[in-house]
Design a protein around this ligand. Structure first.
Ligand code: 5GP
Length: 114
């Protein structure tokens, strides 16, 4: 796998793992933008949301269920954001699809992190 997240999935880079099964890995963001900032990543190397295929539907749905479980586990179920950045213009830096689960603070009603 070619990205930092690929190396984390392969186990050659460490992470603070919060969830794992055969298809999905979730871990703490190294530069958290909120008190809770987790990354939910499919183990399949999908570059970004714009490159998903119909066959990826089940893992994408499972990522949403993992987000729900982690929100409860990290006590943010009453309010959080689930975000994916798509492409450089969308603010994506790591080219391996991931959802940011951010919470533990009150967000404004806009579309950014802050
Ligand atoms: P993007 O901008 O691609 O949507 O988000 C990438 C995220 O990955 C950023 O929030 C960044 O802090 C996080 N990140 C980058 N490198 C690492 C790393 O080596 N470990 C962890 N845990 N997070 C990382």
């Amino acid at each position: 796998m070619s990205t930092i997240f690929g190396r984390i999935i392969e186990g050659t880079l460490p992470c603070e793992k919060v969830y794992e099964n055969e298809r999905i890995l979730a871990f703490k963001d190294i530069y958290p933008k909120a008190p809770v900032h987790l990354l939910i990543v499919p183990k399949k190397e999908i570059r970004c949301l714009q490159e998903i295929e119909p066959e990826d539907g089940p893992v994408l749905a499972e990522m949403l269920l993992v987000a729900k479980e982690l929100a409860a586990k990290f006590s943010i179920a009453d309010g959080y954001r689930l975000i994916t950045n798509n492409g450089k213009k969308g603010g994506q830096v790591v080219e391996h699809l991931h959802f940011h689960l951010v919470g533990g603070k009150t967000f404004c009603s806009d579309t950014g992190f802050d």
